[in-house]
Write a protein that binds this ligand. Structure first.
Ligand code: ADP
Ligand code: MG
Length: 376
């Protein structure tokens, strides 16, 4: 590098676009962020509407709390959130969002972002059109709207031509990935102790509308799996209910300090459903495997690998269908690792994976034909 070159600040608009492109990586993270906002707003009805596999528009309609007028101006601003009061809150955060980056990123990465919202008691809804920098470009009142929020984005990635081209080229595959993630989010209400959610996803292509997935708002995981994949799939699954202890690594204990009253081991619960190993989940690989940590969908690669490894010692030819929610003490995992929040750092992960393998093998071998599976 020429030593006379000056180190300069990047202009604000470019910074916004660069950092936004890390939060909203692809179609699935775009729609994930919107659905998370609806779940955070305690919606019991969430509808996701795609047009042309999400290429034209993505719209998420909910019946949640709505947005109060005093917050209209901050909804689209970077690092503005209603969910985190102080930095210390980060370890105990229970909401999906907490960084105030999603709406602001979508503003920078799409052609338009429109928010229509009404709070309880409001006679009308308000339509907010947001600008590229997240500020409110126009506000109009008096549209018919029940309590809740609709966020509509058009032409995802239009400001990033290379990414837009990639999305267009792989539209159906990207749409498939988004649906997979939406399946996981449709199961979230069953893993958390809250109300059931009626969850609907549709796609309109060439003027024809197709329902992609739907749940009926039940709190039962089994009923939701039945409505998403059919009763036949459900018949081949058994309850997963594991409890095991994981020794906490010394480094974690040290970080917690000498006065810490945190135990040297954590008790982990894993709840969900898994294929009977006599039946299997088909040869389709791992596309029907869903993992959650404390009700938050995520991709714990090593945990997934452990499940498949143990399963294959009982059924060599197939991969199981898995829905597994890990209940882990919140101070033992860090959800703020990657911008898209899909990677979660689990303290003492290798110890957890070993303990999990042991518990799974024990459950499968001690109850080969008498289900449900459990270690308790
Ligand atoms: P975060 O979710 O991290 O707070 P977002 O950019 O996703 O950040 O959203 C910014 C804010 O907009 C939220 O904190 C919330 O107050 C409001 N908001 C966004 N979507 C909704 C929604 N569907 N219902 C109610 N409020 C919403
Ligand atoms: Mg959010």
């Amino acid at each position: 590098m020429d030593p006379s070159v000056q180190v300069k600040a990047i202009d604000a608009q470019s910074v916004h676009r660069i950092t936004s492109g890390q939060v909203v990586i692809d179609l699935q993270t775009a729609v994930k962020e919107l659905v998370e906002n609806s779940l955070d707003a305690k919606a019991t009805n969430i509808e996701v509407r795609f047009k042309e596999y999400g290429l034209r528009s993505i719209e998420v309609i909910d019946n949640g709390t709505g947005i109060a007028p005093q917050n209209y101006d901050s909804v689209g601003l970077k690092h503005h959130t209603s969910k985190l009061a102080s930095f210390e809150d980060l370890t105990s955060v229970m909401t999906f969002g907490f960084r105030g980056e999603a709406i602001s990123s979508l503003c920078a990465l799409t052609e338009s972002v429109t928010v229509t919202t009404a709070i309880a008691g409001a006679k009308f809804g308000t339509v907010l059109e947001l600008d590229k920098d997240g500020s409110v470009r126009s506000r109009s009142g008096k549209v018919a709207r029940q309590r809740g929020t609709t966020v509509s984005v058009t032409e995802l990635f239009k400001p990033l031509p290379v990414r837009r081209k990639e999305l267009e080229r792989n539209a159906k595959r990207e749409f498939g990935k988004a649906l997979h993630l939406l399946n996981a989010y449709a199961l979230v209400p069953c893993t958390k102790e809250n109300q059931g959610v009626v969850f609907t996803v549709t796609n309109v292509t060439q003027g024809r509308k197709a329902v992609q997935l739907r749940t009926d708002g039940t709190m039962s995981l089994a009923a939701s799996v039945s409505s998403l994949w059919g009763p036949k799939t459900m018949e081949n699954l058994v309850d997963l209910d594991l409890t095991f202890d994981v020794v906490t690594e010394a480094s974690v204990l040290r970080r917690r300090g000498p006065d810490s009253n945190v135990a040297a081991s954590n008790t982990i619960h894993v709840k969900g459903l898994i294929s009977k190993f006599t039946v299997g989940g088909g040869r389709t690989g791992t596309d029907r495997q869903f993992f959650f940590i404390n009700g938050r969908p995520c991709n714990p690669t090593k945990v997934q690998k452990a499940f498949n490894e143990v399963y294959r010692t009982f059924n060599m030819n197939q991969s199981p269908f898995i829905v597994a929610d890990f209940v882990i003490p919140s101070d033992s995992c860090d959800i703020n690792v990657s911008p898209d929040k899909r990677t979660i750092l689990i303290h003492s992960e290798s110890n957890l994976v070993e303990a999990l393998k042991h518990a799974l093998a024990k459950a499968f071998s001690s109850a080969p034909s008498t289900f449900p599976l459990n270690t308790t």
